[in-house]
Design a protein around this ligand. Structure first.
Ligand code: PMP
Length: 377
């Protein structure tokens, strides 16, 4: 079967699997224990993984907090900042985000709205991106406690104007969080160059790592405000006190290895994905002409993610029909039962949403495999 749903998840990279296995077998020590070699080995493995993630993202190792994935990172950061600063006098009660974010951001902000916080969901353009001027005007007006905009969109692949946003948030000293889950390994990410990003979320299983592990990056430095947040999990004080609980060493090692590979391969990966995408788009255009319409902005996007409509064809029926030999998606794996809120926010009608499919490539697919599409007319 041709797997073309790599934004939903990826297969484990063989080197990641190899790195993980000893920590599910003989190296079973608890990294919080002391002195004996099993514990020290586990501790070293976790420290190495922390460095690998820090290297990938351009931050310090002690700014990396291991979580169960990006859903948890998003929840931890938004709820944690909201809670911590709610106890401070003169603190803003506003949370700012956009209507095209992942459900783990939108639902968290909605939840906090029910708990007395103020919330604002910015409109997005036809490619689900926020507008910098709109952001700066809104931030200046409502002075939010935290703003969260994703780096790249999981449904249509658009990239938000992260450099400009980062500059603005740094210059004005507001907290800015970005969900970078879909761009890691495909777009260069360097937090030292984007020091306006105070918080970042990522997940291992989108980059050839295991499921159930990710990271919340919590940057320390600031001109005026210290970064503080209430822990998501209270207990033994692991992960700088932000997330207690015995560390999942095997998963952390897997994330570390996947991060190392992603940082080594990001340029080649991006090039290869763009090449495969062009190859496939040419086939699709040749075969279907004006019976298809593309949802993504072709200039500035996550390479390898194609969101398109087959005019007049119901996406669910099409996916079912193809499911024996091809794995595709109607938008995202996270909210597949509801019509896409991202496409709706980008101005698509319900009819357009219902005829949209998402194809997400991986760099190891061959053009010969994509030739399968030539058979569909
Ligand atoms: N954010 C984005 C942009 C995503 O695409 C996903 C995964 N679909 C998540 C967050 C959630 O990641 P995880 O599966 O690690 O919880």
């Amino acid at each position: 079967m041709l797997y073309l749903d790599n934004s939903a998840t990826t297969k484990i990279h063989p080197e990641v699997l190899e790195a993980i296995l000893p920590y599910l077998q003989e190296e079973y020590g608890n990294p919080s224990s002391k002195f004996y070699s099993l514990a020290e080995n586990a501790k070293k493995a976790v420290a190495t993984a922390r460095e690998q993630v820090a290297q990938l993202l351009g931050c310090d190792p002690d700014e990396v907090v291991f979580t169960s994935g990006a859903t948890e990172s998003n929840n931890m950061i938004i709820k944690g900042v909201a809670d911590y600063y709610s106890h401070k006098n003169n603190s803003s009660k506003y949370l700012l985000t956009s209507s095209a974010e992942h459900p783990s951001v939108i639902e968290t902000v909605e939840f906090l709205g029910e708990r007395g916080y103020k919330k604002k969901f910015l409109d997005v353009d036809t490619f689900a991106r926020v507008n910098v001027q709109n952001v700066t005007e809104t931030v200046t007006k409502i002075q939010p406690l935290l703003t969260s905009f994703m780096w790249g969109n999981n449904e249509i692949g658009s990239l938000n104007p992260i450099s400009e946003l980062s500059e603005f948030f740094e210059a004005n000293n507001f907290f800015f969080h970005t969900d970078a889950t879909q761009v890691i390994g495909k777009v260069p990410v360097n937090l030292r160059k984007h020091s306006g990003i105070r918080f970042l979320s990522m997940s291992a299983h989108k980059i050839g790592g295991p499921k159930g592990i990710g990271a919340a990056i919590i940057r320390k430095q600031s001109k005026e405000i210290f970064t503080r947040l209430t822990p998501l999990l209270h207990g033994g004080g692991q992960e700088n006190n932000y997330r207690s609980g015995t560390l999942a060493v095997h998963n952390i090692v897997g994330l570390g290895k996947a991060a190392e590979l992603a940082s080594q391969n990001v340029e080649n990966n991006a090039k290869r994905l763009a090449q495969l995408e062009n190859y496939l788009v040419d086939i699709l255009k040749g075969n279907f002409g004006d019976r298809i319409a593309f949802n993504s902005d072709i200039r500035d996007k996550i390479p390898g993610l194609i969101s398109l409509q087959f005019i007049g064809v119901n996406n669910e029926l099409l996916l079912k029909k193809l499911s024996n030999f091809m794995a595709l998606s109607s938008g995202s794996a996270c909210s597949s039962s509801k019509p896409s809120h991202v496409l709706s926010a980008a101005g698509k009608s319900l009819e357009e949403v219902r005829q949209t499919i998402r194809i997400t490539l991986s760099a190891d697919i061959s053009t010969e495999e994509l030739d399968l599409f030539r058979e569909f007319k």
